[in-house]
Design a protein. Structure first.
Length: 94
């Protein structure tokens, strides 16, 4: 479970909508939330696999290595939002 103080408004670093049929591995310097618009994606977060399908949200803490892959032979459409807090990160409980 992740908990953040509601005293701060998150600072959105970037957001996008993308459709892919490829595997992508990355580490973000900020927190990420992904919304699955269409299709199914497999997220591997710290060596734990999560299957996400249309309507699901996935949260990934900052500085966490993760891999995203489509499931099967279909495209996966997602909305990604990357954010952080302007205050001291130690004030945000994880």
């Amino acid at each position: 479970m992740y908990k953040f103080s509601c005293n701060e408004i998150p600072n959105i670093q970037r957001y996008y909508s993308i459709t892919r049929k490829s595997t992508w591995q990355t580490v973000e310097a900020c927190h990420s939330i992904f919304y699955i618009k269409k299709g199914k994606c497999l997220f591997d977060i710290n060596n734990v696999k999560y299957c996400a399908s249309e309507g699901d949200f996935i949260f990934i803490p900052k500085n966490t290595i993760h891999t995203r892959s489509p499931l099967g032979d279909e495209f996966c459409s997602i909305v990604g939002i990357h954010f952080d807090f302007d205050g001291n990160p130690s004030e945000n409980t994880v």
